[in-house]
Design a protein around this ligand. Structure first.
Ligand code: GUN
Ligand code: ZN
Length: 432
């Protein structure tokens, strides 16, 4: 049986390009999104499409705003239960709060329970795709992929490589490689899943393991590389101490073949123009994680400079260092980081980072991120009247003003519905 076309009528907004340097956003105050078999077949003004689609069933959302599903470009599912761990910066925070928590994922039952909660929480917040850290345990990836498969979510993940991790949370070069290869073989081509070679960061891997991660990426053209880079001053100093003749932190990854057009580097805070220029030239991407960077006191990502250097940028929640799963709230925090740097983040650019920018970072911009015709129909129905204050603040006003209010005041309450491949995957409790 072939599935019938289905229409969704509302205000529509998509930001396929960076609107500051590229094409303008696509905005239809009264628009129609048409989906067939999970794919977008039309995205245009209602007046333009109404005749052509006069015979199809249509859901009408007056007063609501449809945008592409959010793409979380960096998040750790095993840290879900350590959000709001008090009192440390990165390296001590990892030792005191995170490494003990990640050891619990040796239990497959625990991993499955957290993975299910985590993915439901993403959907509650309008996030339809994510690049996700698991733990060093291969079974932690199986748990996440199993849960993503039943939900039909686009999830990219991989087993964390860390042969210099703490006792009980370490692998070896050989076991890390064998587990990674087995996971790639087991999951390749299933559902909407993708694999990322995931060395945790320079400090938790030997030179031999970093080199082997480079070999893993080189051997598999469909596999991404996901790691952390230049997040915290103490971390940067430790890397410089271990590699005194490297140009900078990025150069260490470069030496091991880890800087390619399939690489995603979380944070990228303490980098100069050389390193950012090299990331841009290589076609690698940065994940900007403002709530995490403020929570851990890591520093202020220089978004303007990264974009000037040609870096593809996505937006990450980085839970559990991040303090929210909501990419709406994360856009609001990205704005505040910009303010501290003397640059006001444009609300359309912020939405671009959270959608098409993240999709590009994951190499998925042909499939997701902008609701272009032919793309997968992952989208969010936003409710500008979600709270009394939001309703007041979004009464009238331009699209830019209303979008900015959603970023500053919005969170999971502003997500009325989340759709995956044209199917409803979440509805806010009071609307069911
Ligand atoms: N650097 C290495 N591991 C981590 C992690 O789990 N979280 C963050 N924020 N940075 C890291
Ligand atoms: Zn992280």
């Amino acid at each position: 049986v072939s599935f019938v076309k289905h229409g969704f009528r509302a205000e529509l907004l998509s930001v396929p390009d960076d609107p500051v340097t590229g094409a303008a956003p696509v905005h239809h105050p009264d628009g129609l999104l048409v989906v067939e078999d999970g794919y977008v077949v039309a995205f245009d003004a209602w007046a333009t499409l109404a005749d052509r689609f006069a015979d199809i069933p249509i859901d009408h959302f007056p007063g609501k705003l449809i945008v592409p599903g959010f793409v979380d470009a960096h998040v750790h599912y095993p840290q879900t239960d350590r959000i709001a761990a008090h009192g440390e910066q990165l390296l001590q925070w990892l030792d005191r709060h995170i490494f003990p928590e990640e050891q619990r994922f040796a239990s497959p039952g625990h991993a499955a329970e957290v993975a299910a909660f985590f993915l439901d929480e993403l959907l509650r917040n309008g996030t339809t795709s994510a690049l996700v850290f698991a733990t060093v345990e291969a079974a932690s990836v199986d748990a996440l992929f199993d849960a993503a498969l039943v939900r039909d979510m686009r999830v990219v993940s991989g087993k964390v490589l860390m042969d210099h991790g703490p006792e009980g949370l370490s692998d070896t070069v050989a076991a890390g490689r064998a587990d990674s290869e087995a996971l790639i073989r087991r999951w390749r081509g299933r559902g909407r899943l993708g694999y990322a070679a995931t060395p945790r960061f320079v400090l938790t891997s030997s030179d031999a393991q970093l080199a082997d991660a480079g070999a893993l990426v080189a051997a598999h053209p469909d596999v991404l590389m996901h790691t952390h880079l230049a997040e915290n001053a103490g971390e940067v100093a430790a890397v410089a101490g271990r590699f005194p003749d490297a140009a900078d932190y990025l150069d260490v990854y470069d030496r091991f073949g880890l800087v390619t057009d399939r690489s995603v580097f979380a944070h990228c805070i303490h980098l100069d123009d050389r390193a950012l220029g090299r990331i841009g030239e290589a076609g690698s991407a940065a994940a900007f994680c403002p709530t995490s960077n403020l929570f851990l006191g890591s520093g202020l990502f220089d978004l303007d400079r990264a974009i000037r250097q040609g870096v593809t940028v996505g937006l990450g929640s980085d839970v559990g260092a991040g303090t929210t799963f909501s990419l709406l709230a994360t856009m609001g925090e990205a704005y505040k980081v910009g303010q501290l740097r003397g640059s006001s983040l444009d609300p359309f650019r912020a939405l671009h980072l959270a959608t098409a920018g993240g999709a590009r970072a994951l190499g998925l911009h042909d499939r997701i991120g902008s609701l272009a015709v032919g793309q997968e129909a992952d989208f969010v129905v936003l409710d500008p009247g979600a709270t009394p204050l939001l309703a007041r603040r979004t009464r009238g006003g331009s699209m830019a003003e209303r979008l900015f209010a959603l970023q500053i005041l919005g969170d999971d309450r502003a997500i009325a519905h989340t759709y995956l491949m044209g199917r409803r995957a979440h509805t806010r409790q009071d609307l069911t």
